[in-house]
Every structure is written in structure tokens, then in C-alpha cells.
Design a protein around this ligand. Structure first.
Ligand SMILES: Cc1cc2nc3c(=O)[nH]c(=O)nc-3n(C[C@H](O)[C@H](O)[C@H](O)COP(=O)(O)OP(=O)(O)OC[C@H]3O[C@@H](n4cnc5c(N)ncnc54)[C@H](O)[C@@H]3O)c2cc1C
Length: 500
């Protein structure tokens, strides 16, 4: 089947570049508003869905408690509901987290729009066939027989990212959205007045052009482009492993800037995590996000010199994981090791139990060091210093328990159990880049703003490509929500443009 066969018209009301969560949300919203819609997906059909495909499908939104969350998810039994402890997460808390995590730099208007629209947008996705469930495995600990949820992030898509994008594609197919696979948006055609009038494309049959009234650029950041990574993020970033799709190479940024767009966001910043040291260069569609190693708050992280270099318990995992990849990139050989003992081994997330894992086990810390070629004397000393520094207060992995260390640098501020119950188990991790923070400047209608502070008529951006929300760090589960919120807004606004 020629991949381009689904372009059925000479022109469309709305063209969407990309076929991830933000793009498909835009396509559904535009079609729902009556527009004819074409989606251009640079990847072949078999690799469709962008980074969104690789996600855990976790989504951040405000809620008042389990009853309120239940309106969104598959029904719970009475028994199930009775075992859940879910602290509320208000709109104010979400807004405060967006500001706290970005060190006050997040765009206030975009953050407010995200907070207000998060929950209604996830309901809207549900109305289009996306199913949500409680994320027991990743966001709760079983304490005294009860599921204690933490981190303000209790919900994930059924089937994770794979399930999410499948549902979105089913919706676009059912609504009559055309999709051209293996076909990239390559340039924007502007009318004399500066508004959008068409898109230049590159597909299996070469270059072509389609007319449109509006285009939504939702074609990702530049995380899969080593040249741009080195240029914007700095030396060494060209060597990072990419967690997701190989197709997000900064095309949207290039097209937008060429059309006169202003940029926004933290251009030298990105989301990057601890990722299995043996993982391939780009994401593996069978493994998905399971190369990530997110249980480090339960143990210690050391480098090849046997030294700790971050506070593993600084905050809930959701609020530290996205900035710790950079710390690992800065270590000798761009490698680090997470070390656990038998007290916590059963609490490690599912991703530690796959067979594709760089793992070693030993009855002694020295044995573990030798297995990974870590400086053994140094690691022995580090663990002994740490054990001596641990405060003997109450331990609770589901709250910030304040069980920290005294007198060592860096400290471990919460969940500091002594590492003294062998066998010790270690996992080798490197830096896996997820997505980049710099992008095109948009307003609350997702319209792209030019360098004279005016919206470019007919040009929209959403998802990773829109800058201004993330600086220095990122609250887990916000990317999918933000992509859906601004994708939906962009699609509806773009459709309105063609109607009017
Ligand atoms: C392993 C992993 C796990 C994650 N887990 C979560 C999670 O649980 N929750 C969460 O909120 N976020 C998570 N994220 C982050 C999340 O993936 C992003 O925030 C979100 O998916 C971005 O959506 P998007 O639609 O902007 O981009 P993408 O989903 O990456 O879509 C971009 C699309 O654009 C296409 N494209 C690129 N260039 C062009 C072009 N020139 N023309 C046409 N198409 C083009 C790509 O092929 C792709 O289809 C995770 C990311 C990874 C990699």
C-alpha cells in the first residue's frame, strides 16, 4: 500500500504535522468542529505515534479525591475503592507545582490554561475512546494493606502510550481524518499578508505541496537530532541515548522560525532520565519505557568512582527524575549505578524485572563494585559513610518522610534506609533524553507568535514543540496532558479560522 494514498483532496482546512498525542488531539478537535483534516506523519505507519507511543500514559490533572477521579476512569469495585488512599491535588497545587518545578519561569498564561483545561480535556479524550485507569504499579505503594498514592499522578491510559495512540488513531479513522505516513512537513507556504496558505511536504514520491487554511505543528522537539542537541543543550548531549522516536529532529522549530515565529522556553534544557546502560540508540517499540529506572529514591546512585552525586530522596520521583539524566551525563563515561538491598527489592518498579537489563548482584558491596568495574574501596567507603549518616526515624515511601542523612554531601533527604541487607543488587544506567524544552512561542489559543508579538494567522503549535512551560525540570505526567490541552485548543481554533 503506498503510504501517501490517503491524501484525498487538493486542499484541506487544517493540516496537522505529526501523529503523536498533541497532533491527534488537534486533528480530532478540528474534525469535530467540521474542518477537513490531513495528518502528515513523518514516520512510516509501523513507527507512527511519536514519543507518545513510548510513554507510560501517565497524565497529570487536578482532582479532589477518589470519587472525583472515578468520573474519569474505568469503574472500581467497592472493595477496591475502600483500599485506596488518594490525597487531593487541587488546581492551585498543580499550578504551584508547575511554578515550583520551573523555578518560577513557566509562562503564567500557558500554565493557567493547562491547569484549567487538564481535566476537561482528559474527559474529552475519554469521550473519543481513550480509557483511563488507576496507576497502582507506578504511583502507589502498598502500606499496611492499603494502596497509598503519591505524587499527584494517579491515572494512566489503558495499554500505556501504545494503547493511548491506538485509541486516538481509531478516533481519527472513524471521523474521516486523512493520514499520509512516511510524509513529512518540510516548509510552510505563506500568503503575501503573512498568513498560512499551504504546506510543502516530502514523501515517498518526493516533494509536493498541499493548500490549507491552517497548520498545526505538533511534530515534537529536537531530541533525536544530535547536531541540534549539541548546539542547544551543550557538549556531550550529542552522545545521549534517545528514549523515544527517531523522527523528532526539530523540523517544526526550523519551519516555524523560517516563517517568522518567535521562540520560547529553556533552549539549553531538556527532560532526561536514568535509562538502562544497554539500551539501543533510539526507543525500542517492544520495550517501550521499560528501560527507564525510576526507583532510585529507594536506594543509592553512584558513579564509576564509587561516589554519590545527587540527593536520591530530594523529592518524589515525579519531581526529580527529569533532571537527573543530566547529572548522569556529567559523570565519567556517562554512566551511573543504582544500588539496592533486600529491604526494598520487592518495591522496585516493573521495569527492573525485564530481561533486557544491565544488572549485577553480590553478597558484598565490594563484589558489586567489581562486577561493574566501580572503584571498590571508594564504594565501600561511600556506603559505610552513608549508613553511619542515616537517621533512625520512621520510614514511609508514600510520603516525604524526612528520614534523611546527617553530615554527608550530597544528603539523602527522605527514605534513607541503611544499605545493609545483602545480596546487593545494582543496575547500570546512562542518560536517556526524553524531549527538549525550547520551542515556538504560542499564546493561550495555541497560535504561534511572531517576533513582533503578533499571531501568525493560520499557524499553531502544540506538544513538545511549544515552548514556555518547562524550565530546568518537569513534573511527571504533564507532557501528555499539555499536548492534549493545547492540541485540542489548536485544532478547534484552526477549524474556526477556516469557517470564518
Ligand atoms: C519513554 C518515554 C516515556 C514517557 N512517559 C510519559 C508519561 O507517562 N506521561 C507523560 O505525560 N509524558 C511522558 N513522556 C513524554 C511524552 O512523550 C511527551 O510529552 C509527549 O508524548 C509529546 O507529545 P507530542 O505529540 O508533542 O510529540 P510526539 O508524540 O513525539 O509526536 C511527534 C510526531 O511528529 C512526527 N514528526 C516529526 N517531524 C515531523 C515532520 N517534519 N512532519 C510530520 N511529522 C513529523 C513524529 O513522527 C511524531 O509522530 C514520555 C516520553 C518517553 C520518550
Amino acid at each position: 500500500m503506498p503510504e501517501i494514498e490517503k491524501i484525498t483532496r487538493d486542499g484541506y482546512d487544517v493540516i496537522v504535522a505529526g501523529a503523536g498525542n498533541a497532533a491527534l488531539s488537534a486533528a480530532i478537535a478540528a474534525r469535530e468542529s467540521g474542518a477537513s483534516v490531513l495528518v502528515l506523519e513523518k514516520a512510516p505507519r509501523a513507527a507512527r505515534g511519536g514519543n507518545s507511543y513510548f510513554t507510560g500514559g501517565l497524565v497529570r490533572f487536578p482532582f479532589s479525591g477518589i470519587d472525583n477521579v472515578e468520573e474519569l476512569i474505568d469503574p472500581l469495585s467497592d472493595d477496591e475503592r475502600g483500599l485506596i488512599d488518594l490525597p487531593p491535588y487541587s488546581e492551585e497545587s498543580l499550578y504551584a507545582d508547575l511554578m515550583r518545578i520551573s523555578e518560577g519561569m513557566a509562562d503564567a498564561e500557558l500554565s493557567g490554561t493547562l491547569v484549567q483545561n487538564a481535566r476537561p480535556t482528559l474527559s474529552w479524550l475519554r469521550s473519543h475512546g481513550v480509557r483511563w485507569v488507576l496507576a497502582y504499579g507506578r504511583q502507589s505503594y502498598k502500606v499496611d494493606g492499603r494502596f497509598k498514592f503519591w505524587g499527584g499522578l494517579p491515572v494512566e491510559a489503558v495499554g500505556a502510550g501504545d494503547g493511548l495512540v491506538d485509541s486516538l488513531f481509531e478516533a481519527t479513522d472513524a471521523m474521516g481524518v486523512d493520514i499520509a505516513y512516511g510524509t513529512m512537513a518540510d516548509g510552510l507556504e505563506l500568503a503575501a499578508d503573512g498568513s498560512i496558505k499551504g504546506v510543502f511536504m516530502r514523501g515517498p514520491d518526493g516533494k509536493s505541496r498541499v493548500a490549507c487554511s491552517a497548520i498545526v505543528l505538533a511534530c515534537g522537539g529536537f531530541e533525536a537530532n544530535p547536531e541540534m542537541r549539541a548546539r542547544y543543550l551543550g557538549p556531550g548531549w550529542d552522545l545521549a541515548t534517545v528514549r523515544g522516536t527517531q523522527y523528532n529532529t526539530g523540523d517544526g522549530l526550523r519551519m516555524g522560525i523560517q516563517a517568522g515565529a518567535q521562540v520560547a522556553g529553556h533552549f539549553s534544557g531538556c527532560h532526561a532520565v536514568a535509562w538502562d546502560a544497554s539500551a539501543p540508540k533510539f526507543g525500542d517499540r517492544k520495550i517501550g519505557d521499560l528501560f527507564q529506572k525510576h526507583s532510585y529514591p529507594l536506594g543509592l546512585i553512584v558513579n564509576k568512582a564509587g561516589e554519590r552525586f545527587v540527593d536520591e530522596g530530594a523529592d518524589f520521583r515525579n519531581f526529580t527524575y527529569a533532571k537527573y539524566g543530566k547529572e548522569i551525563l556529567n559523570q565519567p563515561g556517562r554512566i551511573a549505578f543504582q544500588v539496592f538491598d533486600q529491604q526494598v527489592i520487592d518495591m522496585l518498579r516493573d521495569e527492573y524485572r525485564i530481561k533486557e537489563v544491565a544488572k549485577a548482584e553480590s553478597d558484598t558491596i565490594r563484589g558489586l563494585a567489581e562486577a561493574f568495574d566501580i572503584d571498590a574501596d571508594s564504594l565501600d567507603q561511600t556506603v559505610s559513610d552513608y549508613n553511619n549518616a542515616v537517621q533512625e526515624t520512621a520510614y514511609d515511601p508514600a510520603v516525604l518522610d524526612g528520614k534523611g542523612t546527617i553530615g554527608i554531601t550530597p544528603p539523602k533527604s527522605n527514605w534513607a534506609l541503611k544499605l545493609d541487607k545483602p545480596p546487593f543488587v545494582g543496575f547500570a544506567v546512562t542518560c536517556g533524553i526524553t524531549f527538549t524544552f525550547g520551542g515556538l512561542k504560542i499564546n493561550r489559543h495555541a497560535q504561534v507568535i511572531d517576533t513582533q508579538e503578533r499571531p501568525i494567522r493560520g499557524l499553531y503549535a502544540a506538544g513538545e514543540l511549544a515552548g514556555g512551560l518547562w524550565y530546568e525540570n518537569y513534573p511527571g505526567g504533564s507532557g501528555l496532558t499539555a499536548g492534549a490541552v493545547f492540541g485540542r485548543i489548536a485544532g478547534a481554533h484552526a477549524a474556526g479560522l477556516s469557517a470564518g
